[in-house]
Design a binder for this molecule. Sequence first.
Ligand SMILES: [Zn+2]
Length: 152
Amino acid sequence: MSSNLQPGPTIDDRHSVHEASQPIGRLQQRALRLKCPACGRAPIFRGWFAMYDACQACGRRFNRDAGYLLGSIYFNYGVTALLVTIMYFAMFFGDVLTDMQRLIILTTFGILFPMWFFRYARALWIAFDEHWDPWPNESELRQMQRETQHTP
Ligand SMILES: [Zn+2]
């Protein structure tokens, strides 16, 4: 009965929802739709590069700590390098373009693709992290409890 009077999910509710690690396939699908990996209900981004601090639906923090999102560079660089390599060999053995044309096309791709892929790389990084270290972990839970106690 008393739980019906609660205005929203409590810290304990959120913890029980997120404490188990979710299957990587589900997290990946949510990431590719740029949705919160923890619940899949709300968007991660509010603009091309601008992110929400936390999920509007479940409260999952998207930037868990200073430097946390730098890991997304691995995804962005890895996918870009793989595609440039594949395209280079396809063009090289296709033998329809000059060296200069290949250089211009691949350089342009190498600059523009990572900008387009930026949001997906971050979403995939957050999803990957959510699988191995579901939010909130013990120290984040303690931090949230401290913040709740200090709020009047
Ligand atoms: Zn969420």
